[in-house]
Design a protein around this ligand. Sequence first.
Ligand SMILES: Nc1ncnc2c1ncn2[C@@H]1O[C@H](COP(=O)(O)OP(=O)(O)OP(=O)(O)O)[C@@H](O)[C@H]1O
Length: 706
Amino acid sequence: MNSFLDLVDRFASRQSAELAPDWRTRAGDPDSFSLHDAGSLKRVASRLGWRKPTDVGHRPRAHQFPLFMFDETEGWAIAEQFETVDAVRVVSPSFNGLREIQSGTRFYQPQLPQLNDRNQNERAINVFGRSLLLRKKVLFSAVVATVVVNLIALATSLFSMQVYDRVIPRSGFATLWVLTVGVVIALTLDFILRTTRSLMIEREAAKVDIEVSEVFFARSQAVRLDARPPSIGTMAAQIRGWEQIRGLLSSASLFLLADLPFAIFFIIVISWIGGPLALVPIVSFPLALILSWIFARLIKDDTAKAQANGNRKNGLLVEALDAAETIKANRGSWHMLARWNQLMEEVHLHEDGVKRWSSIANSLFGGLQQLAYVLIIAFGAILVSDGQMTPGALIACSIIAGRVNGPLLAQLPGLLVQWGYARSSLSGLDSLMRLPLDTAPDTEALRPAQLAPALQVSDLKFGYTAERPSVDVQRLEIRAGEKVGIIGGIGSGKSTLLRLLAGLYAPMEGQVRIGGLEMRQIAPDVLRRNIGYLPQDTRLLNGTMRENILMGLSDPGDDALMGVIDEIGLAQMVSSHPMGVDLPIAEGGRGLSGGQRTLTILTRLLLAEPQLWLLDEPTSNLDQATEARLVQSLRRRISPENTLILVTHRMNLLTLTNRLIVMNNGRIVMDGPTQAVLAKLREAQQPTQPTPPQPQPSPVKLATGA
Ligand SMILES: Nc1ncnc2c1ncn2[C@@H]1O[C@H](COP(=O)(O)OP(=O)(O)OP(=O)(O)O)[C@@H](O)[C@H]1O
């Protein structure tokens, strides 16, 4: 154990920040950190890929605590708050108490990764806004570059004016050379500024992309399982909506928007050079803006619908690929193809609407642009012949008016279509941000050091639909160390109850407590460390077998890993593969048999050594010999203090339990010592002598083990 790393751990826990399970390994050699080395914090941050810690300075403000604190004599500590004007309360491995602020004391705020930001009301646009605000300096430089680029554009048009009015009439070639050289220098500067501006924006947009995608990906992971939308593919497409917004951020069209305010400046310059000639852009420019607004409203519905159908299309594609076996075996290809074609038609119906308006807008804006040019020249010709302006001024005005109407009008329709799709993506992301998360909103997650594996359920109701609860349990108490089996008919709610006890689903009504604490108040990583859950449908992830086994665990070393693999019965498969435990696993665990998948996840559970074991039909895919081996292994590994809750129909597994719960229709109908409940069930199944009709059996409540 390294004391500096312990301090980091403690700080993260104080901040309710979840560190990666293998963060200590990734931090590298523990001896490279020391409590008396000022560089330790920066080093740990850079090795773990966090942003650089913020140097708060010599005297932090009260709301900034807790902070890391360093001074040469005492080294690192966590500063919790001011105790007096000159002293703070600190926690360090060697000392808890007051520490004076010395002249050399520095305070630092580490930038811990806040993956599961629990602000449920945050809007997606704010996620982008926050990331952009971090780049204030770059944005400011881009604005300065835009100002200079526009001034240079003005300079080139004024150059034409000078040439026509001063150089040509007087053959002033000396002036011409000076002006030309000046303009060439200005154009070179313009080229450099434009290139740097777009490179700078592209680079920052890529960083924004990484930051923002991390937020949305982490958010999608933190969504409570029972709150996820029914189609995963559609949800995936919705999450990918950030790409559309990022595309808009870095697109060349955006620079055009940055140029928009300069249109007003250019109109002022035209009125200064050409007087009443400014009337043309004064009318054409707002007209273009009004037309853009109308156009944006016209395509709003179609872009939203095309986007929504596009997301559904993605959902169908994922489903078709994922369920290929079922589809092929049942000749479902035609059915899927029909659904696909229908969706494609709907997508095109709306995309066609957008394209139609977009073509109309393109022609209209192009026409407007040319009309404005013709009017400038015609009106200008009258003013020139009236002697109200020079021909040079007319040329300059026509060039400047081109800057007002030209590229802006040409690209506005494209930009508006892009914005239409980005807006629908934003609303998709907003609905993702509103989905409930694993932890209750607006509460500080609890991180108890010890969590007794005792469960209390009271007035629990849960349903996948609001109309019919799938689980309805008034009271259930499972003490630490109990070994409980759950049986019941298909669809009786066993798996759902187990997921509720694992904290993967949140009750609609009532409470589930673990170790006396409301489950949703506990930080998810603490919960996961204490609970080992084996789902009925065991899926593995694309990667190696080692990665799948060790996911979420600190590496126990190869000896321990191989020991468990051997114990559970996977050794033969692993040793017969040339890559051993690093054998590749395809998405979902394809390439392994159902039994091998289950054993892989069980290996992880055995290594995790949880306090509370929740196993859903662990042996449904196993043969008798492997099942017997697993029962032995579980008997050995699950200590008397550990709690076991097991959903099964296999008698062999029930020998692990000393209490049995029977479920029917989401309710507990029997609960008592395993043998007594089994005897009661056997009795109920005995063929009976013909007897007069009996009333419906009421739920039998045997002596509970609780
Ligand atoms: N994802 C879901 N969406 C909607 N309803 C569901 C979902 N999962 C389960 N149900 C319904 O909830 C009820 C309880 O299902 P659950 O899977 O808990 O039963 P079970 O007792 O574990 O069944 P089995 O022994 O077949 O695994 C069933 O009526 C089922 O139809």
